[in-house]
Design a protein around this ligand. Structure first.
Ligand SMILES: Cc1cc2nc3c(=O)[nH]c(=O)nc-3n(C[C@H](O)[C@H](O)[C@H](O)COP(=O)(O)O)c2cc1C
Length: 257
C-alpha cells in the first residue's frame, strides 16, 4: 500500500511534516505501508498564471511546462494521498493553494477514483477548521469523503494534555485512513459527489464554452465510473438541480442576439 504525502509548508520538515511522520509510524504499526514525501517547496510547480486554459481547453494546454503532469502521475500511482498544510492566516499555505490552483481542472474532470485521501493541517491555535474544511473540498477530485486530521502546535512547549490529545487524534485518523485504504474501491457516490457529477455534466453541454469538459462527459451516463445510482437519489438530484437553476438563473450565457 503506497501513500504519497504532499507537504505544503515552506519550512519543509516543520510541525506539519512531524505530524505526518507520526501518521506514517501509526500506519506502519498496523500494516506494511510505504510512504513517499513530496515537498512542494522543492517541486518545480510554478505559480498559476490564471489563463484558465486547463479548465476550458484541457490540461495539456497549460502554458507552464514544469512538474505538474509528473506530480499527477505520482498521485495516480498511489493508493492514498495526504494533503498537508500549515494554517496560514486562517487557511492553507500559499504553496498548497497554488498546488490546488494548478490542478483546478480536476474539480471539473475528476480522476482520483482509485485513491483515498487524508487532509492534515497544523496551527498555532486558530484556523484549523477553516483550513481543514477548505482542504476537504478535494473530495470531489474523486477521492470521496476524506479523513481529516488537525493538530495544534503552539509556538511554545506543548503541555502534556495537548500532547496526549494530538497523539490520540493522530492515532485515530491514521487508523481511519488505513481502513479507508482497505475499503471498497469505486463505491456508490454520496449525494454531494453525485450532485457534483450532475452539475458538471450539465454545464459541459455548453460545448463552445467548455470543450474539454464536453469531451470528458460526453460518454458518461450515471456517474464518473459505472455504478448503480439509487433512483430516489437520481430523482432528488434532478429536483435540487431544477431549484438551483432557478436560483442561478442569471448565471448562464447571455442570449445570442
Ligand atoms: C505566515 C504564517 C501565518 C500563520 N497563521 C496562523 C493562523 O492564522 N492561526 C494560527 O493559529 N497559527 C498560524 N500560524 C502558525 C502555524 O500555523 C503553525 O506554526 C504551524 O504548525 C506551522 O507548520 P509548519 O511548521 O509545518 O510550517 C502562522 C504561521 C505563519 C508562518
Amino acid at each position: 500500500m503506497k501513500v504519497l504525502a504532499i507537504i505544503g509548508s515552506p519550512k519543509g520538515k516543520g510541525n506539519s511534516y512531524n505530524v505526518t511522520k507520526q501518521v506514517e509510524e501509526k500506519m506502519k504499526d498496523i500494516d506494511d505501508v510505504t510512504f513517499e514525501y513530496l515537498f512542494l517547496k522543492d517541486a518545480d510547480l510554478q505559480m498559476c498564471r490564471g489563463c484558465f486554459a486547463c479548465v476550458i481547453k484541457g490540461e495539456n494546454f497549460c502554458p507552464i511546462k514544469d512538474e505538474r503532469a509528473e506530480i499527477e502521475e505520482k498521485m495516480l500511482k498511489s493508493d492514498g494521498i495526504i494533503f498537508v498544510s500549515p494554517c496560514y492566516c486562517q487557511n492553507v499555505s500559499a504553496l498548497m493553494k497554488n498546488f490546488i490552483d494548478r490542478f483546478s481542472y480536476v474539480f471539473h474532470r475528476p480522476r482520483f477514483f482509485n485513491q483515498k485521501a487524508m487532509v492534515l493541517a497544523t496551527t498555532g491555535g486558530a484556523g484549523l477548521k477553516e483550513t481543514l474544511d477548505y482542504l476537504s473540498k478535494l473530495e470531489v477530485w474523486g477521492f470521496g469523503p476524506v479523513v481529516q486530521l488537525g493538530a495544534i502546535c503552539p509556538p511554545w512547549p506543548a503541555s502534556e494534555g495537548l500532547k496526549i490529545k494530538n497523539n490520540k487524534k493522530t492515532a485515530g485518523s491514521a487508523e481511519e485512513f488505513y481502513k479507508k485504504l482497505k475499503g471498497k474501491k469505486l463505491p456508490s457516490p454520496r449525494f454531494n459527489q453525485y450532485m457534483h457529477f450532475r452539475f458538471m455534466k450539465m454545464s459541459s453541454e455548453m460545448k463552445e464554452y467548455l470543450p474539454a469538459d464536453n469531451e470528458f462527459y460526453k460518454d458518461k451516463k450515471d456517474f464518473f465510473y459505472p455504478v448503480k445510482i439509487n433512483p430516489f437519489k437520481k430523482w432528488f438530484a434532478s429536483f435540487m438541480i431544477k431549484f438551483a437553476l432557478f436560483m442561478m438563473k442569471d448565471m448562464g450565457p447571455a442570449e445570442a442576439k
